[in-house]
Design a protein around this ligand. Structure first.
Ligand code: NAP
Length: 248
């Protein structure tokens, strides 16, 4: 099977950590990003410096035309995709439900849910043995928020990750006989820039006491679980989830 991976939102945080490890595993990698080309190119350069193949492609996964274009460009530049890491995700400023408007809720769902669906669709069309593909693996990056609900912070984000989990279960069953495995990883509180988007850059330090291990996680610790699910070592695992959350 070809070793071509797409990491959505690969320009920083968990996505970038995953891309570095996948390069070590011999994958050619597409780093997708939404707006920050400089960070995406930095990741690509670091991978290329180690003699591996990587390209950066800008695409907003919440936009159907962008996703179609993203996958066509990967076909052209890297060849048939064998691994999709649906990592791109977003959250908006912390608030309770009283002030949450439809625009905000839709924005969260359009990236975290619709975007993940669209990338799964394009990957399945290429990987499925039903369409003469070679099979493949999809790893969806969810969150323990799907289980905890993120009250008073972002229940829209938590609910969107709940939808990602249901997508993972359903799609895994739908495509198992066509040679595609679909699994999820649920990170806990991880040290990335995402918390700044929620309006609290130092959130990890505030919340870490609620984590049984009393610390936030590193992006690389989440990447390890993604790598295992991507590998042949997990060949009989589909429709499953790994929590990387320090016991939370
Ligand atoms: P991050 O540091 O904020 O990085 C997010 C990445 O996603 C960036 O590369 C960003 O690109 C990209 N992105 C956002 N919206 C996009 C869109 N519509 N289209 C394409 N790319 C988009 O995030 P992270 O903390 O590494 O999180 C990665 C994943 O883990 C997310 O799904 C998140 O929900 C999940 N997660 C994170 C935590 C945590 O504590 N950090 C916990 C649980 C789950 P640009 O910079 O170009 O916008």
């Amino acid at each position: 099977m070809s070793k071509v991976a797409l990491v959505t939102g690969g320009s920083r945080g968990i996505g970038a950590a995953t891309a570095y490890k996948l390069a070590e595993e011999g994958y050619s990698i597409c780093i997708n990003y939404r707006s920050d080309a400089v960070s995406a190119m930095r990741v690509v350069q670091k991978i290329q410096n180690k003699g591996k193949k990587a390209v950066a492609i800008k695409a907003d996964i919440s936009q159907e035309e962008d996703v179609i274009c993203l996958f066509s460009l990967i076909d052209e530049q890297l060849g048939p995709i064998s691994l999709l890491v649906n990592n791109a995700g977003m959250l908006l400023k912390q608030m309770s439900i009283e002030t949450m408007d439809a625009e905000r809720i839709n924005q969260t769902f359009q990236t975290n849910v619709t975007g993940t669906f669209l990338c799964c669709r394009e990957a399945v069309k290429r990987m499925s043995k039903k369409h003469h593909g070679e099979g493949g693996v999809i790893v969806n990056v969810s969150s323990v928020a799907a289980r905890l609900g993120a009250p008073n912070e972002y229940i829209d984000y938590a609910a969107s990750k709940g939808a990602v989990d249901t997508l993972t279960i359903g799609l895994a069953a739908e495509v198992a006989e066509h040679g595609i495995r679909v699994n999820g990883v649920r990170p806990g509180i991880i040290k990335t820039e995402m918390h700044a988007s929620g309006g609290e850059p130092d959130r990890v330090n505030r919340v870490k006491e609620a984590v049984p291990m009393k610390r936030g996680g590193e992006p690389e610790e989440v990447a390890e679980a993604i790598i295992w699910l991507a590998s042949e070592k997990s060949v009989y695992t589909t429709g499953s989830f790994i929590e990387v959350a320090g016991g939370r």
